[in-house]
Ligand binder design. Structure first.
Ligand code: PBG
Ligand code: ZN
Length: 327
């Protein structure tokens, strides 16, 4: 009891604080998202995400080199195809934009881990994450037919050289389906990072500008999770573990730190947190107004994800964070 006990004794100097610090952010924790578009020498800034660009494959390669030079171990690729259709052809075609970007990056920067997002919403003309019944205007994606397309997509991404497959569409059974498809094609060693607990979140708004993937009607609430639920997230993770997931993700991160924590407590697999577009844009907007200190707020936020239990953090701040961590 005070005055014998004084917690401030261990906070007196920087070196003492360093010695007793429980969680530390490092560059090894970071994964940087990139958006690939058709064309050459294209770098188009996303209006709602300052500092984030839609990049043609040549520019993606330059960016991948920069990311590698900063010591960031991995990128995650999203694609904006030339054409969209009901079958999401651009997602699973061997000449798809993500397949081309993956091949180019693996050729130029082989030691950089390439994660690919495996979903259909960027490639369907209606913007939903799978097949719809003809004439459906509500967005109730058909689960099992969608699995067939996801298998094709994952296999073509693996063929292109992807190191990790990250299915994000919240279809039931998608981990098992993709695992089977990968194994059937001799890709037993490619891990699956499942977007296990992905919520129907308004924080994805800026991403949908970046990926041009807003649903044309309806919303994603018949497949993404209700923000009011947490036990359901544990159920989703439990199923993904049984289906063979190698890593599980919580998304978004900031409003769902309790979920990160609970999932960390229940599984020994690595847990990833997706610091999503809206979270990034809020920090950027406030910083551009001079209302907050961008560096301090960002590093505090990313460290908090570690404290909550995240082993990996997908974040648009990755390059800045890597630079700040290097001092
Ligand atoms: C699509 C997908 C989304 C994000 C990544 N993949 C969300 C969505 O549109 O539902 C969001 C990422 C972000 O907001 O940064 N399956
Ligand atoms: Zn999707």
């Amino acid at each position: 009891m005070f005055p014998t006990t004084r917690p401030r004794r261990l906070r007196q100097t920087d070196v003492l604080r360093r010695m007793v610090r429980e969680n530390t952010l490092t560059v090894n924790d970071l994964i940087y998202p990139l958006f690939a578009v058709p064309g050459n020498a294209v770098a188009k800034e996303v209006v709602s995400m300052p500092g984030v660009y839609q990049l043609s494959v040549d520019k993606i390669v330059d960016e991948a080199k920069e990311v590698r030079d900063l010591g960031i171990p991995a990128i995650i690729l999203f694609g904006i195809p030339e054409d969209k259709d009901t079958d999401a052809t651009g997602a699973w075609h061997d000449c798809g934009i993500v397949q081309k970007a993956t091949e180019a990056v693996k050729k130029a920067v082989p030691d950089l881990v390439v994660i690919v997002d495996t979903c259909l919403c960027e490639y369907t003309n209606h913007g939903h994450c799978g097949y719809l019944e003809t004439g459906d205007l509500t967005g109730r994606v058909l689960n099992d037919p969608t699995l067939k397309l996801l298998k094709k997509t994952a296999v073509s991404q693996a063929n292109a050289g992807a190191d990790i497959i990250a299915p994000s569409g919240m279809m039931d059974g998608f981990v098992q389906a993709i695992r089977e498809a990968l194994d059937d094609h001799d890709f037993q060693n490619i891990p699956i990072l499942s977007y296990a607990a992905k919520y129907a979140s308004a924080y994805y708004g800026p991403f949908r500008d970046a990926a041009d993937s807003s649903p044309q009607f309806g919303d994603r609430r018949t497949y993404q999770m209700d923000p009011g639920n947490s036990r359901e997230a544990l159920k989703e993770v439990e199923l993904d573990l049984l289906e063979g997931a190698d890593m599980v993700m919580v998304k978004p991160a900031l409003s769902y730190m309790d979920i990160i924590w609970r999932i960390k407590e229940m599984t020994n697999l690595p847990v990833a947190a997706y610091n999503v577009s809206g979270e990034y844009s809020m920090v950027k907007a406030a910083a551009l107004n001079g209302w907050i200190d961008e560096q301090k707020v960002t590093l505090e936020t990313l460290t908090s994800f570690k404290r909550a239990g995240a082993d990996l953090i997908l974040t648009y701040h990755a390059k800045d964070a890597a630079r700040w961590l290097q001092g």
